[in-house]
Design a protein around this ligand. Structure first.
Ligand code: PLP
Length: 402
């Protein structure tokens, strides 16, 4: 006999709560920015992926409003029917130009892009070789494709090479995040590109957290590493982070992109994103490309935060990106620290399993170009109060500021 659905769900919820993994959505009022109103409380926001501060940039909102006045709201169909608007076409051309590839193809989200691209290119009998800390959407894409999945030790090119060499028969795809979303560190992209090339394997990079932040004109970690289409034939990135809009894209050689367009089920069987959103994304791309001042300011804030956190003896990670996690261990330690920061007016997410491995729950601090120095200093003072002065939270191996 089947148990009642309600009883089944109550048990699952009890288990989530018992593990300190219950998650609650905050209600955000008003615009995203360095300060936000969350559940009615105004706080300094250190948990967005809006790295360049474009999510609430008036020029983007104007483009969205102007475009929706002309093209309406809905795209009304899949891209392959009548959903592909001139705004999408222009956006794709601009994205391809930005990351230096022949063509780009827009998806509704990064999740849909990764799932769609991997399952379009690989099937049963093929192999996906994947970093242990790759984004869930890459893992799900590999699962959906039916290919065998081989996980290599995080950022370990030698292990990736060995696992790639051990695959027999079929096509092989080596895939990695560029900047890892919960750790902030960067994959050894040039090494991975070389070993994939040497073994005749395909190579895909998810540059979601690199685009807009690194490289010439913010063209991403792949561009920064000087990897062209031969070395890194598949570049994926989202439009919902640095670009300040929503959606995602894959870029590569024309035939590769055309094959994905013809076969990616997450694109074929899904309504195209609103054309006005593509217009807003075009403005975001243009501002991100011209955003050297924003990038310089962001890099200064990252250095300031790291310097301050190191002086406090906090467990800073090996990250030069806007993602600056402090790994605390237990779910409860991360939760208590996050609550303590919020009580002081700082919103920082407590990241717990299944997003990160058990025992590595953390504060995930993200810096943006929208922050100023006082806000970063204020966060450091709040961290000192919560993680070092407080006896209520997990004991940290830390020294006091002199
Ligand atoms: C955010 C993210 C995605 C998913 O993108 P969405 O547009 O939010 O669906 C994919 N890959 C990585 C590495 C990400 O950080």
């Amino acid at each position: 006999m089947t148990r009642s659905l309600a009883a089944h769900c109550r048990d699952r919820l009890d288990a989530v709560r018992a593990a300190d993994r219950f998650r609650r959505r905050r209600v955000i009022e008003g615009a995203h920015g360095p300060t936000i109103v969350a559940d009615g409380q105004c706080c300094v926001n250190f948990c967005s992926n809006d790295y360049l501060g474009l999510a609430a940039e008036p020029a983007l909102a104007r483009r969205l409003a102007d475009a929706s006045n002309t093209v309406g709201t809905g795209s009304a169909a899949s891209q392959l029917v009548t959903g592909h608007n001139a705004e999408h076409a222009a956006l794709e051309a601009e994205l391809a130009d930005w990351v230096g590839r022949e063509r780009a193809l827009v998806f509704a989200t990064g999740y849909a892009a990764n799932v769609g691209v991997i399952s379009a290119l690989l099937g049963k009998g093929d192999h996906v070789v994947s970093d242990a800390l790759n984004h869930a959407s890459l893992i799900d894409g590999a699962r959906l494709s039916g290919a065998a999945k081989h996980v290599y030790a995080h950022a370990d090119a030698a292990d990736a090479a060995a696992r790639l060499a051990a695959c027999d028969g079929g096509n092989r795809l080596l895939v990695t995040d560029s900047v890892f979303s919960m750790d902030g560190d960067t994959a050894p992209l040039a090494d991975l590109a070389n070993l994939a090339g040497a073994q005749g394997a395909w190579f895909a990079v998810d540059d979601a957290h690199g685009l807009g932040v690194f490289g010439p004109e913010g063209a991403g970690r792949v561009a920064e590493a000087g990897l062209g289409s031969d070395a890194a034939p598949l570049v994926l990135a989202t439009l919902g982070k640095s670009v300040g809009a929503a959606g995602a894209f894959v870029a590569g050689d024309a035939d590769v992109i055309e094959a994905i367009l013809q076969t990616a089920r997450s694109l074929i069987f899904s309504t195209a994103p609103p054309p006005a959103l593509a217009a807003a994304a075009r403005e975001g791309v243009s501002q991100a490309r011209a955003g050297d001042d924003r990038r310089r300011h962001l890099m200064r804030l990252i250095a300031r935060f790291r310097r301050g956190a190191e002086q406090l003896g906090l467990p800073v990670a090996a990250s030069d990106s806007p993602i600056q996690p402090l790994v605390l261990g237990a779910e409860s330690a991360a939760l208590e620290a996050s609550d303590g920061l919020l009580a002081r007016g700082y919103l920082v997410g407590a990241i717990r399993p299944p997003t990160v491995a058990p025992g590595s729950s953390r504060l995930r601090i993200t810096l943006t170009a929208g922050h100023d120095e006082q806000q970063v200093d204020g966060l450091l003072a709040a961290l000192e109060a919560v993680l070092i002065d407080s006896t209520a939270s997990a004991a940290m191996p830390a020294k006091r500021l002199a």
